[in-house]
Design a protein around this ligand. Structure first.
Ligand code: TRP
Length: 457
């Protein structure tokens, strides 16, 4: 029995496939194409990627199932979903904090996400103008660095991206969103395959594969394990309620384990493909894999500058990355938005605009991190952007996942879980083991290990 009834007041996905596309749209984004390669590069490749994959399969997939089932059970915003679940299972209201922390994490993430997505939008124009034809590694780096130096340019694109996101979110669940995802996601996939075909011809492909899949633990630093876990949460959109919010709109006839597995696999395939493409270019051109956030914006232009029809492919590619970012960004806003609409009976579009303005202001901190505040260091060697990224991805998301695992595994009645998941009892027990023990202890172990290593120097 679904506590919240058959449908959500915010709308419903028109089919289970629409849910798969929407959740995959949320999962596949800058996290796969921009963040995964650069974080993997910064942390030495192979061993990092192994830990990342383990986190996806042992922690990410089970927690994603937990988020979807909670959302579908109550069919409200994450905060109200938790409220209801706490009431029916007579648990402590403290669990509702998971929802509040998620709303905060969503704001923080979206604030920098919009800035980076703005870079991709700018690169649509820059690439279309033929800037990268025959460019060298230094040339591509120079283009990128001079772009970063201009706060006004970054703000312009950040603003455009926020307007686009708010506009789509304001229109509601079905509307334009479904259409955009249906057309653009497959296109992005095809273009990645084209790029992969190019990567094989660069001569750097073998080295890229070796960099990514040879597990040398010595290459991974102290924070590598934590970074891998954070990336797993980030790329699957887990730990802050985005997937829970989307779960509220899932029709009852969809299989939670089935859809979640497809979503996670799609996301993983895209990340690995993007990694292979980017590292092939890195090694073919004698570049450094550990270049930080600029990695994608320096390597891909090199490829587009060399390959036949590169200007065309490059332009289309950055268009698709920008759209992949939009379909992710809307899911960062949805939990807070749905909550405010429920609490105050507010108009969706008004709430969307207000939230967009707040996020935009916070995003200025990230804009300035790459120019006028580049030398302002907070907590260690971190810029404002680095700190926000670390705090959300490496702390808040895994912590949210840990708590969700405990809540679903230990607090919710087994009957509710069994009804939602409809798995044979062996599978149900395996899943329960993962959410009760493996996910929480896994996150906890990584936290403690990192603190311990950091304290030891
Ligand atoms: N998963 C997206 C990406 O890889 C980013 C994202 C969207 C996200 N919604 C989220 C990350 C919720 C964490 C939580 O680009």
């Amino acid at each position: 029995m679904a506590l919240g009834g058959e449908t959500s007041r915010h709308g419903m996905w028109s089919s289970r496939w629409m849910f798969v596309l929407a959740a995959a749209g949320s999962a596949v984004g800058l996290g796969n194409i921009w963040r995964f390669p650069f974080i993997a590069g910064d942390n030495g490749g192979g061993a990092f990627i192994l830990v990342y994959l383990l986190c996806i399969f042992l922690i990410g997939i089970p927690i994603m199932m937990a988020e979807v089932l909670m959302g579908r059970e109550v069919r409200k915003s994450p905060i109200n979903t938790l409220r209801k679940l706490v009431t029916v299972s007579k648990a402590s209201p403290a669990w509702i904090l998971i929802g509040w922390m998620g709303v905060a994490a969503g704001f923080f993430i979206l604030s920098f996400y919009a800035v980076i997505a703005g870079w991709a939008m700018d690169y649509v124009l820059v690439t279309a103008q033929g800037t990268f034809v025959g460019v060298t590694g230094e040339g591509a780096a120079a283009v990128f660095n001079s772009f970063l130096e201009s706060p006004l340019q970054l703000m312009l694109w950040q603003t455009l991206f926020m307007v686009l996101t708010v506009w789509i979110v304001a229109r509601g669940v079905s509307g334009g969103l479904e259409l955009a995802i249906r057309v653009l996601m497959p296109l992005l996939f095809i273009l990645l395959i084209v790029m992969l075909g190019y990567a094989v011809t660069t001569g750097g492909f073998g080295q890229a594969a070796e960099f990514m899949f040879r597990f040398e633990w010595e290459r991974m630093g102290v924070e590598g394990v934590l970074a891998a876990m954070g990336q797993a949460f980030f790329t699957l959109s887990l730990g802050m309620g985005a997937i829970m919010a989307y779960g509220a709109y899932v029709p009852n006839n969809a299989s939670v384990p089935g859809t979640v597995t497809i979503i996670a696999l799609l996301d993983t395939v895209v990340a690995i493909a993007a990694g292979l493409v980017i590292f092939s270019i890195v090694f073919a051109n004698g570049l450094e894999p550990g270049q930080g956030p600029g990695l994608m914006f320096i390597t891909l232009p090199l490829a587009f500058g060399q390959m036949p029809l590169g200007t065309l492919f490059g332009t289309v590619f950055f268009v698709l990355v920008s759209f992949a970012a939009v379909t992710s960004a809307i899911s960062l806003l949805e939990p807070a938005l749905a909550f405010l609409v429920e609490e105050y009976n507010a108009v969706r579009s008004r709430v969307a605009i207000s939230l967009g303005v707040i996020t935009w202001i916070l995003g200025l901190g990230t804009v300035f991190s790459f120019n006028i505040w580049a030398d302002v260091h907070l907590v260690g060697e971190r810029t404002f952007f680095d700190l926000l990224d670390f705090l959300t991805n490496n702390i808040m998301l895994p912590l949210g996942g840990l708590l969700m695992g405990l809540f679903v595994g230990w607090v919710l009645p087994r009957k509710l879980l069994a009804d939602q998941l409809e798995m044979p009892s062996l599978w149900l027990n395996i899943w329960l083991f993962l959410v009760r023990f493996v996910a929480p202890l896994g996150v906890l172990t990584v936290f403690v290990y990192t603190l311990y290593r950091a304290a030891m120097g």
